[in-house]
Structure formats: structure tokens, C-alpha cells
Design a protein around this ligand. Structure first.
Ligand code: C2O
Ligand code: CU
Ligand code: CU
Length: 507
């Protein structure tokens, strides 16, 4: 097949592997990994095709009508630093969508969150993978007002950038897996319509999957694992911990840290990625768990605590909403506790502990030593910032409306005008009662401080969680290219309901 044919058939889903539902049975059941996206690579140029389509898959043994990029998770796009990429995106959905390259430092004119691809149309994304950007990214739709339903329905895939430091023996010698974390709720084989409660809190579901599998088993061949983690959920937070083992954080959203950071647990907010090394020190089974976390959302028991089957989820949320809105219309949420609230009544409270997967260690595991150093992470100079800005996150819960500096998103308005080539300090202030993962397109940033405390290590981020009443200061280098881009809450219901702003960067 020549290139043209490959791209054409790729668009029809006839080459390039199978969606998860069609994977042939393997002799030795192994941990499911998303398929790799077929690419054509010659002379530093990579060509690939991604197509969004309606998909009937099997999820947890049950039929599920989804929208995907050809299976869930979408095929993993693996790129190398410095490569030129020609990515053709085709929309075979019955509604408008587009493709966002979350976290990649590429011009906003290419990765334009405001440009739509209509049904049956295509768009070419042409860009260069920046040097030093090796890390774990992802792609998903960005149609304002429809991000929540489209992402929830399965439109998400990983984008991995490889770089020279992946050859470090302590990384290269590790067994690598990607883990796409996502929760779901179904009514039969369908995803129920969004209720006002869903728009307010962000929709969660009590079917939790890792690479679309429920509590899969990862039989480790090696004693050192490198896990690339993505939270592709609309609203669920994952407070991750592995039994009997610390996690060694080696990379955040924008790539490698200077050295591994030992953690007993890792919080992954929607949209965030992290890479960890696991050094299996004892044989046997070790569960990767999501520990209880309270993000301040108001949920029904069925939603968060999982006391109903996911079959009943849709109705449960709906009933809960009616009562919830009524309560808020009569005096707000004050004083509502989770004691004595039963059935579909909305309550606030932590998620319950969940097992995400089980790692089976090799018989007598001998993990690799930890890498002493990873990548240099540039030291930014916040004292020389050209501007300091304050971005205050706000909400009007009863209407499920969300704000940044008292304004809802307006694509025709520029909220921040900034000068290309300068460094800015942004003070992000959460004045609401729930967590919000703040995300900035185009320009990776570093967290300077949280609640006045300096960040414990330097790291490149594009999404940072803000707990309620919390202030986080970030340093944002506006470099390499100008244009019009956006920042928003990555709890995507909030993004759809207004918590987004426009940044224009000009020379
Ligand atoms: Cu992953 Cu604008 O988002
Ligand atoms: Cu993004
Ligand atoms: Cu939010």
C-alpha cells in the first residue's frame, strides 16, 4: 500500500489494528494496552490519520454505544522530539468536533480550540514536536459546550513524545505501560443525558476502568515498571497508591523531573498526567488503589459511593438533581452534611476506596536502582515577571454557571493580552467550594507555590489542581509563538459551562 492508500484505509478503520472490542484472544492474558497509531515515518516527517466515529464496543462485558477515535482508549500516537508531524483528522461523527493536542507546545493557530471540524470534514494538524518536550500528553475534543459529552463518550487517546533521555538505563530497563484512567455510567448501552447536577459537579460514574478494563491484572515480567498515567475522566479524581510500595514520580504533564520524587500517594486530577517508576520489592499481588478523596462535589450516593448498580445511575442522578436544585433554591448548600442522607439525596463526601488494578510481581524481584538524575528543569525567574495577574475561579451553583474573574467564556472576547517572549506570574485563586483543575493551552508552566508554600520540586505542568479556597502561583513563559489560546477548568463540565478564558499573545 502506498501512503495515500494507507491514509485512506486508515481513515476507514481498515488498517492499523483493532479497537479493544475486536482484539484477538491472547494465549497469555496480558495487561491491555491501547494499540499504537499507525504512522508513516520518513526523513523526520511523520504522517498519521485519526478519525472520530461512533463505536459499538464491549465494556466490562456489556455493549456500549460510544464515540471514539477507533476504540477506547484511542490509538497511542508516539512521536519523537524534533519531528515534523502531519496529522490528518477526520470527523465521521454526526456532530461537530475537533482535536486538541493537550499539553503540546505548538502554535495555537494549529491546535486551535475554537476551530470546528464539521461532520464528514477533515483538518490537517501540521507541527514540529519541540525539543525537550519528551513526555506523556493526550488528545481529545474541544468543542465548547460539548466537551463533556464527547470526552465522556470515549474520545480520548494518548500522545507520547520520546526523547534522548528515555535511553537512560534505569528508564530503558523498565517495563513500560500506559494507564488511561476513566469512569463511566450507562443506562443500558447508552450514556444518559446530562442532568443539571452533572453540569454542576461534573459527571462521575461507578464503572472504573484502566485502559477500558475493569480491575485488570498486570503480570510484571520485570521488577521495575514505568507507568504513564492519564486521568481521562471528566470529573473523577484519583488518589493513587500501590500496596506495599512507594511511587517514584519521574515526570509530570510536561516531561521529566530533575530527579525521582518518592511519594506514598499521587493525586491525579482530570486532565493531568504523571509518570512513575514502581520498584517491586516483594513477590505476590499488589493492588493499585484509588483512595477516598473529597473534591467538594455534591453527589448522590449512587454517583460517588457506588451503592447503586451503574445501571441505575442515570435515573439516580436525575432524581437527585431535582431535589438538589430545590434545596439550593431555598437557601443554598449550607449545613448539608452526609449524615442521615439516604437514597438519591445529594450528599457531600469522599469517594470510596476502589481497586483499579492488581500488579503481580515476578517471583524474586530485583528492581533496578533509581536514576540519580533525570532531566534539567529550567529555573524561571518570577522576580523578573513582566506581569502578575490574578485569576479568580467562581461559580453560581444553582445555575451551574462557572466564572473566571466573574466572567463566563466568550470566544469573541480577549480576557488577557500578553507580550510574546515575556514571563508572567499568574495567581490562581479558587473561591468556590470544590476543586478545579486549572489548565492552560500552548504554554507549559511551573508551579511556584501553593497556599504560600514553595513548590517542593520544579516541574513542567499544563494542568494544576486548586482545592477549595486555595491559591496557587504559577510562572508562565509566553515563548516561541503568539496567537489566541485558552485556559480553563479541566473538569470539562465546568469548561462547557463557562469556566474558560481567552489569552492573546502578541509580539
Ligand atoms: Cu485537555 Cu483545553 O484541554
Ligand atoms: Cu489542553
Ligand atoms: Cu471546575
Amino acid at each position: 500500500m502506498n501512503r495515500r492508500e494507507l491514509l485512506k484505509y486508515g481513515a476507514l478503520g481498515l488498517v492499523g489494528g483493532y479497537g479493544l472490542s475486536r482484539l484477538p484472544a491472547l494465549a497469555q492474558p496480558s495487561f491491555p494496552q491501547p494499540r499504537a497509531l499507525e504512522v508513516l515515518r520518513a526523513d523526520g516527517v511523520v504522517e498519521a490519520q485519526i478519525t472520530a466515529r461512533q463505536s459499538n464496543l464491549t465494556l466490562s462485558g456489556r455493549p456500549a454505544r460510544l464515540m471514539t477515535y477507533g476504540g477506547f482508549p484511542g490509538p497511542t500516537l508516539r512521536l519523537r522530539e524534533g519531528e515534523t508531524v502531519r496529522l490528518n483528522f477526520t470527523n465521521n461523527l454526526p456532530e461537530a468536533t475537533n482535536l486538541h493536542l493537550h499539553g503540546l507546545h505548538v502554535p495555537a493557530s494549529v491546535d486551535d480550540p475554537l476551530a470546528l471540524v464539521q461532520p464528514g470534514e477533515s483538518r490537517l494538524y501540521e507541527f514540529t514536536v519541540p525539543r525537550g518536550s519528551a513526555g506523556t500528553y493526550w488528545y481529545h475534543p474541544h468543542v465548547h459546550g460539548r466537551v463533556a459529552p464527547q470526552l465522556y463518550a470515549g474520545l480520548a487517546g494518548l500522545l507520547v513524545v520520546e526523547g534522548p533521555l528515555d535511553a537512560l538505563p534505569e528508564l530503558k530497563g523498565a517495563e513500560e505501560h500506559v494507564l488511561v484512567l476513566k469512569d463511566w455510567a450507562f443506562s443500558g448501552d447508552r450514556i444518559p443525558a446530562w442532568t443539571p447536577m452533572d453540569w454542576m459537579n461534573g459527571r462521575e460514574g461507578n464503572l472504573l476502568t484502566v485502559n477500558a478494563a475493569v480491575r485488570p491484572t498486570l503480570r510484571a515480567q520485570k521488577a521495575t515498571l514505568r507507568l504513564r498515567l492519564l486521568n481521562a475522566s471528566n470529573a473523577r479524581y484519583y488518589r493513587l497508591a500501590l500496596e506495599n510500595h512507594p511511587l517514584y514520580l519521574i515526570a509530570t504533564d510536561g516531561g521529566l523531573l530533575e530527579k525521582p520524587v518518592e511519594l506514598s500517594e499521587l493525586l491525579l486530577a482530570p486532565g493531568e498526567r504523571a509518570e512513575v517508576l514502581v520498584r517491586l520489592s516483594r513477590p505476590g499481588n499488589h493492588r493499585l488503589q484509588a483512595l477516598p478523596y473529597d473534591r467538594g462535589a455534591m453527589m448522590t450516593h449512587g454517583g460517588t459511593n457506588g451503592m447503586m448498580g451503574d445501571q441505575g445511575m442515570g435515573q439516580g442522578m436525575g432524581q437527585g438533581m431535582g431535589q438538589g436544585m430545590g434545596m439550593m433554591d431555598h437557601g443554598g448548600m449550607g449545613g448539608m452534611g452526609d449524615t442521615g442522607m439516604m437514597g438519591p439525596m445529594p450528599v457531600m463526601g469522599p469517594t470510596r476506596l476502589e481497586t483499579l488494578l492488581t500488579v503481580v510481581a515476578p517471583a524474586s524481584p530485583k528492581p533496578l536502582p533509581l536514576p540519580a538524575s533525570l532531566a534539567p528543569v529550567e529555573r524561571l525567574e518570577p522576580a523578573r515577571a513582566a506581569a502578575t495577574r490574578r485569576l479568580v475561579l467562581g461559580e453560581r451553583m444553582a445555575q451551574a454557571e462557572f466564572f473566571i474573574n466573574d466572567r463566563m467564556f466568550d470566544p469573541g472576547r480577549v480576557d488577557i493580552r500578553a507580550k510574546l517572549g515575556t514571563l508572567e506570574v499568574w495567581e490562581l485563586v479558587n473561591k468556590t467550594d470544590m476543586d478545579h483543575p486549572f489548565h492552560l493551552h500552548t504554554y507549559p508552566f511551573q508551579v511556584l507555590s501553593r497556599g504560600g508554600k514553595p513548590a517542593p520540586y520544579r516541574a513542567w505542568k499544563d494542568t494544576v489542581n486548586l482545592r477549595k479556597d486555595e491559591t496557587v502561583r504559577i510562572a508562565v513563559p509566553l515563548r516561541d509563538f503568539g496567537g489566541v489560546t485558552v485556559y480553563h477548568c479541566h473538569l470539562v463540565e465546568h469548561e462547557d459551562r463557562g469556566m474558560m478564558g481567552v489569552l492573546e499573545v502578541r509580539p
